[in-house]
Ligand binder design. Structure first.
Ligand code: PAF
Length: 282
């Protein structure tokens, strides 16, 4: 595996691969890699001749400075994981390399980027689109792999790909969970053991809500989830929206859309750590 720090070197390497007719896959990450990332990389390696994994803690998508400061940084361990999974290139540029000057581009794909995370983290998806569009430009991958844990992020990126006519297949990959059901996330490493156990109630409640939903309305199901999670000491729901799985607009009836997904954000513990998850109703 090659570790590359500059856009120039990356482009030269990939131009050679493309000239050989090799397909290219991209897994964008912010580092602090875990088993969830490893599953994305494994799939990218299996489906492409060249697997590029970017490791870049993108400052423009953090609306909360302390969240950025707290974010785990584990470059050496990340590179060891990528090497073990068979990645071809780890692309780990500096902030100055990616943003030699401020990125003033503005992306807007409502309602995907204005609801839920978009409402609670203003500017977050603009930053995600800034970095992902730059990475797509550097790598020009045939396929790009994203974890479904960040369900809303995939919906926004799909809209961006459509709007900017990127010729890239977006490959959503299933959430990898700990044994307790807790969705794997880089932020889980910031939880204490007790908090990690407490956080398992999030997905357990979402799963129980599937049976509840079969005989209750959307509003009742939403209330059931919020009440059950808030009843757990150490957890506080920020929002639970039951939405159209494509547009992310709220639904009020189970017949309102073909795809219906519940998206949740919960504060866990004393710090507190913000955790997100989702469940598919149909
Ligand atoms: O999902 C993430 O880790 C980030 O939002 C991404 C897609 C790597 C962009 O920085």
């Amino acid at each position: 595996m090659k570790i590359v720090n500059t856009i120039k070197e990356l482009k030269v390497l990939l131009a050679n691969e493309r000239a050989e007719g090799h397909s290219i896959g991209l897994v964008p990450t912010m580092g602090a890699l875990h088993a969830g990332h490893a599953s994305l990389v494994r799939r990218c390696v299996a489906e492409n001749d060249v697997a590029v994994v970017s490791i870049f803690l993108n400052p423009t998508q953090f609306n909360d400075k302390s969240d950025l400061e707290r974010y785990p940084r584990t470059l050496e361990a990340d590179c060891a994981l990528l090497q073990a999974e068979g990645a071809t290139i780890a692309f780990a540029p500096s902030v100055a390399e990616v943003y030699p000057e401020p990125d003033t581009r503005h992306f807007s794909y409502p309602p995907t980027d204005t609801v839920m995370e978009g409402a609670y983290r203003p500017g977050h998806f603009n930053g995600v689109c800034q970095i992902v569009s730059k990475l797509f430009g550097y790598v020009e991958p045939d396929r790009a792999y994203f974890g479904e844990k960040d369900y809303q992020q995939i919906a926004v990126i799909r809209r961006m790909v459509e709007a900017l006519s990127f010729n890239i297949e977006i490959v959503p990959c299933r959430v990898v969970r700990e044994e307790s059901g807790l969705a794997m996330s880089s932020r889980n490493s910031l939880l204490t053991d007790d908090e990690r156990e407490t956080a398992a109630a999030i997905y357990q409640t979402l799963q129980r809500s599937l049976a509840f939903a079969s005989s209750h309305s959307v509003a009742e199901t939403q209330e059931y989830v919020v009440r059950a999670i808030n009843a757990v000491d150490g957890l506080e729901v920020q929002y639970y929206n039951i939405v159209d799985g494509i547009t992310l607009a709220d639904v009020s009836d189970w017949n309102d859309a073909d795809d219906i997904v519940g998206c949740i954000t919960v504060f866990c513990g004393h710090t507190p750590i913000r955790l997100i998850d989702h469940i598919r109703y149909k």
